[in-house]
Write a protein that binds this ligand. Structure first.
Ligand code: HAM
Length: 420
């Protein structure tokens, strides 16, 4: 085969795709519980939409954008969806019609990264955004939602880490505070962080390199205080989380890599993921709506990496989904013609079914039915046709019986009809 997929992309074959569907379905149920509505935005957007919102100095904008340049246009494959959702919210005047709105989404994102376990160039986000409020109760609800989703996916053993960045003024003051203290010991910094000292000093706080970690541990961050209003907001969030029994860690070094965050930020990690241990992350972005040309409105959201969810959900509570499938084996031309009708009737009655399209022998077709885990096989040969019956074989017990053609659907329906 001369063609191979691009590094950092993945074929999700049916066995695994079934698990994706299971997660997506339970996510929809949970989002509905919290009154979130689905939204689907394009995967391609104007490049400039991302540049300012994510931050010119952010890793994503500097190194990871998939850019598409036509004669006149500069487009980008979306590296994340928050900015697109806010764009859609404003472009469709939702700020004017409904004001506060809650959206959820699932879909592919693109970042040009060095592929490794849990780090892809095309990956999928399952995320949500609540736009139009600065109420700290919304931060609590959002973190509770993330927690509920993970429980619904049978993911256990994760850690929720939270921090506050304060408002824009606090962030600027924190940057100043850090620049001063770090400059005195800048020899300890890795190459990336030496650059960040000028461009994006906050990111030094969550660098994983040993020298940077050592330096950060000496900074005495507790000397830095955010403004009283932001501190009150954060206290309300942590009190609220305590009141509903959500376990979290305060993580003063958590800063997140995107510029749009203010106030509450959080990250959910899982020990089994290895180096890329973030299952998901999010936070407030109270200035983004205004920055994109809308009114001053608070907002908060988060996104899980689907691939990472599946890496850890796979290790726990995995059972093969039950396959209630009826497999028809029609032997000969006339039986095949009759078979088409049977299949059509079964499907109208909500019974999942399939048949042999490769002209296999009875033995071969039975083997196939076994391989695809059919629960019943219907055999329709010349003899059955003549006698107006069908042979029904239960693939679990091996029991075989003859059923009159006219009552076949009724009989199977009581056994197999899927709930609508
Ligand atoms: P993010 O932290 O960049 O946040 O991405 C969220 C999650 O996506 C990560 O925690 C990780 O699980 C997954 N992820 C990120 N990059 C990759 C990759 N290259 N391969 C596989 N998985 C990856 C955001 O994108 C924000 N938009 C989240 C948000 C929503 N904040 C507010 N609203």
């Amino acid at each position: 085969m001369p063609y191979k997929k691009i590094p950092g992309t993945k074929d999700i074959l049916p066995d695994e795709a079934l698990w994706w569907e299971k997660i997506e379905l339970s996510a929809r149920d949970i989002f509905r519980l919290y009154n979130y509505q689905p939204i689907r935005t394009p995967i391609i957007e104007e490049e400039t939409l991302f540049n300012r919102s994510l931050g010119q100095t952010s890793e994503i904008v500097q190194k990871q954008m998939f850019l598409i340049k036509n004669k006149e246009d500069n487009y980008a494959l979306r590296p994340e969806a928050t900015v697109s959702v806010v764009r859609a919210y404003l472009e469709n005047n939702i700020d004017k019609t409904s004001g506060f709105a809650k959206f959820y989404y699932m879909g592919p994102m693109f970042r040009f990264e060095r592929p490794q376990k849990g780090r892809l160039r095309q990956f999928h986000h399952l995320g949500c955004e609540a736009i139009g409020s600065t109420d700290p109760s919304l931060d609590i609800e959002t973190i509770a939602l993330a927690d509920d989703l993970l429980k619904a996916f049978s993911v256990f053993g994760y850690k929720i880490k939270i921090n506050t960045l304060g408002c824009d003024k606090d962030k600027a003051m924190l940057a100043e505070f850090l620049r001063k203290r770090i400059s005195e010991k800048k020899d300890l910094l890795c190459q990336d962080c030496s650059r960040r000292l000028e461009t994006n000093v906050l990111r030094i706080l969550d660098c994983k390199k040993t020298g940077c970690r050592q330096l950060v541990n000496t900074l005495q961050l507790e000397d830095f205080k955010i403004c009283a209003e932001c501190q009150t907001h954060f206290n309300r969030v942590s009190d609220g989380l305590n009141s509903i029994g959500i376990k979290y860690e305060l993580s003063p070094y958590l800063v997140r890599g995107l510029d749009y965050y203010t106030r509450t930020v959080f990250e959910i990690t899982h020990g089994e993921l290895g180096a890329q241990d973030a299952l998901g992350a999010g936070g407030r972005y109270d200035n983004l709506v205004k920055e994109l040309g809308g009114p001053a409105q608070g907002a908060i959201g988060f996104a899980f990496g689907m691939e990472r969810i599946l890496l850890v959900a796979k290790l726990q509570d995995r059972q093969t989904p039950k396959n209630n499938l009826v497999y028809l084996i029609a032997l000969g031309e006339e039986a095949k013609r009759g078979g088409i009708k049977i299949l059509s009737e079964l499907r109208k009655n909500n019974i999942a079914c399939d048949t042999d399209y490769e002209n296999k022998s009875l033995k071969g077709a039975l083997r196939r039915a076994n391989d695809i885990k059919a629960s019943s096989v219907l055999i329709l040969g010349e003899d059955e046709l003549k006698r107006g019956i069908i042979t029904v074989k239960n693939m679990l017990s091996g029991e075989q019986r003859e059923v009159k053609r006219e009552v076949l659907v009724e009989e199977l329906r009581s056994q197999y009809a899927k709930n609508p």
